[in-house]
Design a protein around this ligand. Structure first.
Ligand SMILES: [Mn+2]
Length: 251
């Protein structure tokens, strides 16, 4: 059994090379019993269950449906570019949508996965906005909204927040990058002290990993980075007994 963790592909349309790579992964690499964790911002814009998105990405939805029927399980954790998606995946076997986090237990180890947009707890503005953007009222409004307006909302939702402004964390000033890592490491440490052995986050595009010793136990934190540049995703071959590793994406 293998667990595949991916986030932040930020697919911009069906001609995006990362879209083909995602489809290939779904079609050729997932075996029955495998788990696929899509940890948010897979699409640069996919909000609500609008026909236009489902039509554009119909190949993805079809591949996901087939994967589920074959017996692989997909968890889609919504990000800040792709949310209010529950309706889109309704009725699909072995496909589960989570609005903020996922907890799994595999081979006696507890795993925590989130997109990461809620890691910075001081980011009150974003938290407020996130709530508004996910409200039932907005969900209803999106269904009847012109696509351009949905795009505008997507931009607002994604550009807000202190953590991620540039695309890569390398572009941050040393002090901001230090703050970013401190916040993500502190969050991971908190989860590890709650008993999680593996904490996987995305969102800040910072390809990072760290063994973290909490007061209670030791665990491992991974950030999934930015696959368009880092060209990898996280793969844990549970039966092999080894630690998770970065697997080349589309290579
Ligand atoms: Mn994000």
């Amino acid at each position: 059994m293998k667990i595949h963790f991916l986030s932040d592909l930020h697919i911009e349309g069906v001609s995006d090379p990362l879209y083909k790579i995602l489809l290939n992964l779904l079609r050729d690499h997932l075996q029955p019993g495998d788990v696929l964790v899509l940890a948010g911002d897979i699409f640069d814009l996919f909000i609500g269950s609008k026909e236009s998105f489902s039509r554009e990405y119909s190949e993805f939805l079809e591949a996901l449906r087939e994967v589920g029927v074959r017996g692989a399980v997909t968890h889609y954790i919504e990000g800040n570019h792709d949310f209010l998606m529950k309706q889109t995946f309704r009725g699909m076997k072995n496909v589960h949508v989570h609005s903020s986090e996922l907890q799994l237990e595999v081979a006696g180890r507890k795993i925590y996965v989130a997109h990461g947009d809620l890691v910075d707890r001081e980011d009150y503005g974003y938290r407020l906005l996130r709530g508004a953007f996910r409200s039932l009222a907005l969900k209803a409004a999106i269904e009847v909204m012109p696509e351009k307006l949905v795009g505008f909302i997507g931009k607002k939702s994604s550009s807000y927040g202190k953590v991620r402004k540039p695309i890569l964390s390398d572009q941050l000033s040393p002090s901001r990058r230090k703050r970013l890592r401190r916040i993500f490491h502190a969050f991971a440490e908190e989860k590890i002290s709650e008993g999680y052995a593996l904490v996987v986050l995305g969102h800040c595009h910072d390809l990072d990993e760290q063994e973290i010793e909490s007061a209670v136990n030791t665990g491992h934190y991974y950030n999934l980075g930015y696959p368009r540049i880092h060209k990898s995703y996280l793969l844990w071959d549970v039966d092999a007994g080894a630690a998770p590793h970065r697997e080349p994406l589309g290579g």
